[in-house]
Design a protein around this ligand. Structure first.
Ligand code: SF4
Length: 478
C-alpha cells in the first residue's frame, strides 16, 4: 500500500480542509464544527476533565448529534463531582459568552442542557451551569485532530438521490475503483491508529487495547458505556477472578445486573443467584464505579448483541488472562489470507459458558443448541477497527516496519464485513445501488464509509459544492 505522501485520497481530503492547520495556543479559537467533532469522538483527556470551578467531570455518554435546532448533542450523561449522573443535553460554544449571544438563555429548547462545553474561558455563562473547557484537554495536538476530524460535520447523508459521483465512479475500471477505495481506507486506518496512539500515551498499550475491544463489543448502540466500563478496568479488575466472578463484577459495575429473579426460568434464576453471591461481596468496594442503567440503549438491538452477553464474553477473556499473548501469537503467525478471519475467531473464542452459551439475554428462553459468544461478523469488526490498527500503530512506535506491513497487508486482504444499512445507503448514493460484491474485502467497505464521511457529509441531497466527482474525473483521465 502507498505511503502517506503517495496517498492521493489524502491530498483530495486535504484540498477541502477547512482553513490552515490550527495551533492550540493560538489566539484564534478553532472552528466550532471541529470542537463538535472532537466532542463526538471524545478525543479528550477523559480522566482529567474539570468544570471551571474545579469539579471533576466524567462523560459517561457524549450524547447524540442533534441535526435539528437546539443544543448540539442530545441525551448525554455526565457526572459532575460526586453528584448522581445527569442525563440531558450538551451545548458547545467557543466561549461562555456564546450562551447569551446566541440567545440560549431565553430559548426553552436549551432548558435541558446539563453541560456547557467551551473552548476557553474563566467564567460560566449562567450561575450553576457546569462549564467545561476543552483547551489543554485534548488527547492529541489540535492541528492533528484538525487533519483527522476537521472534515466531520453534522449534516447527515442524504438518501433519496443518486450522487453526482455515481457517473464518474461507474466509468472507472474495477481495479481503479478498488484503488481509490483502498486509498480512502488507508486514511481511515490512520485515523484509527492515531486514536490508539494518543490513548496509549495516557494509559499504556494494554489498556488502550482493552478500551478498543470494549468499544467494539458495544456495537453502535453502546459504545460509550462500554468505553466507560473499560476505563474503570483498573478498579474492577484489580484482583484476578474466575469467569463467573468477573461476570458478576462487570454486570454489577455496568448497572446491568437485574435485582429480581424471573421466577419463571429456573436456569436464569440459578445463574442470577450465583452472580449475586459473588457481587454481594464486591459491591461496596466498587460502589463508586457503578454506572447508571439508563446509560445503555436496547432499542433495535439484536439479542445476540445485547451488552450483558458481550460482558460475559469479556469476562472470559479477562479471567483467562492470556488474550493479548494469544493475539500476538496470531499476529506473528504465517496465516494464509483465506484463513485470516477464522484464525482470529479461534484466538478470540472462549470456552463454553454454562449460562451464556445457552441464552441470548436474561429474558430469553434456553436455546436448543449452544451458540458461540462471538460471531464471525464481530470478529471482522474487531479486526479492522481494533486489533489490526492497534498492532500497526504499536509496531510503528517501536520502529518495526516489517510488522507494520503485516498489519496493513491483513487489513487490505481481510474479507468483507457483514452488509449493513450504512453501507447499503452509501452504495446507493455513490455506486448506483451496486451489489455488495462490488466491494470485495473489508478495506473497500471502509474506504466507501470514509468517502461518505469526507464528502457526502459536507454536501446536500443535490451534491452541491461537492468536489468529489470532479476529483474522480480528473484522476481517471490523468
Ligand atoms: S455528496 Fe459528493 S461524494 Fe456524496 S454522493 Fe454526492 S457527489 Fe458523491
Amino acid at each position: 500500500m502507498s505511503t502517506l505522501a503517495a496517498n492521493f485520497y489524502l491530498r483530495w481530503r486535504a484540498r477541502n480542509a477547512p482553513g490552515p492547520a490550527l495551533q492550540e495556543n493560538h489566539d484564534t479559537p478553532p472552528p466550532e464544527r471541529l470542537l463538535q467533532a472532537i466532542w463526538q469522538q471524545q478525543r479528550l483527556l477523559r480522566d482529567q476533565l474539570q468544570t471551571l470551578d474545579g469539579q471533576p467531570v466524567r462523560i459517561l455518554h457524549p450524547g447524540f448529534k442533534n441535526h435539528e435546532a437546539g443544543p448540539d448533542f442530545r441525551s448525554a450523561m455526565v457526572q459532575v463531582g460526586a453528584e448522581t449522573p445527569r442525563c440531558g443535553d450538551v451545548e458547545i460554544d467557543l466561549r461562555s459568552s456564546g450562551w447569551r449571544a446566541h440567545g440560549h438563555d431565553k430559548n426553552p429548547a436549551f432548558r435541558n442542557v446539563v453541560l456547557h462545553v467551551i473552548w476557553d474561558g474563566k467564567e460560566s455563562a449562567t450561575e450553576g451551569m457546569p462549564t467545561l473547557t476543552l483547551k489543554g484537554r485534548l488527547d492529541t495536538p489540535l492541528r492533528e485532530l484538525d487533519a483527522w476530524l476537521g472534515r466531520d460535520s453534522f449534516q447527515s447523508l442524504p438518501d433519496a438521490l443518486q450522487g453526482k459521483c455515481c457517473a464518474p465512479l461507474r466509468e472507472l475500471p474495477v481495479e481503479r475503483l478498488r484503488e481509490l477505495l483502498h486509498q480512502a481506507a488507508h486514511v481511515r486506518w490512520q485515523i484509527k491508529g492515531s486514536q490508539f496512539q494518543a490513548r496509549a500515551k495516557q494509559v499504556g498499550w494494554e489498556q488502550s487495547l482493552w478500551e478498543g475491544l470494549f468499544r467494539a463489543l458495544g456495537y453502535k448502540h453502546n459504545v460509550w458505556p462500554m468505553q466507560s466500563l473499560a476505563e474503570l478496568r483498573p478498579q474492577w479488575c484489580r484482583t484476578p477472578a474466575a469467569p463467573l466472578g468477573l461476570q458478576a463484577r462487570l454486570l454489577g459495575v455496568s448497572g446491568l445486573l437485574p435485582d429480581q429473579l424471573t421466577r419463571t426460568q429456573s436456569s436464569t434464576d440459578n445463574y442470577l443467584r450465583r452472580v449475586w453471591d459473588e457481587w454481594w461481596r464486591e459491591r461496596d468496594g466498587l460502589s463508586a464505579c457503578i454506572l447508571p442503567r439508563e446509560l445503555w440503549r436496547f432499542n433495535g438491538l439484536r439479542p445476540a448483541n445485547h451488552p450483558q452477553r458481550r460482558l460475559a464474553l469479556a469476562a472470559h477473556w479477562l479471567a483467562a488472562g492470556n488474550l493479548i499473548p494469544k493475539l500476538e501469537k496470531w499476529f506473528l503467525a504465517d496465516i494464509p489470507d483465506r484463513r485470516l478471519a477464522d484464525s482470529l475467531g479461534e484466538a478470540l473464542q472462549v470456552e463454553k459458558d454454562e449460562y451464556w452459551s445457552w441464552h441470548w439475554t436474561f429474558r430469553s428462553a434456553r436455546l436448543a443448541r449452544p451458540q458461540p459468544l462471538l460471531g464471525s461478523a464481530r470478529v471482522t469488526d474487531l479486526a479492522v477497527n481494533v486489533i489490526l490498527p492497534w498492532f500497526w500503530v504499536r509496531a510503528g512506535e517501536g520502529g518495526n516496519e516489517a510488522l507494520q506491513q503485516v498489519a496493513e497487508r491483513r487489513y487490505f486482504n481481510w474479507p468483507s464485513a457483514e452488509d449493513n444499512s450504512v453501507l447499503r445507503l452509501a452504495r446507493r448514493r455513490l455506486l448506483g445501488g451496486a451489489k455488495p460484491g462490488i466491494l470485495p474485502g473489508a478495506a473497500a467497505q471502509q474506504g466507501l464509509l470514509q468517502i461518505v464521511r469526507d464528502f457526502c457529509n459536507h454536501s446536500n441531497a443535490l451534491c452541491e459544492q461537492c468536489e468529489f466527482p470532479e476529483l474522480v474525473r480528473n484522476w481517471a483521465g490523468g
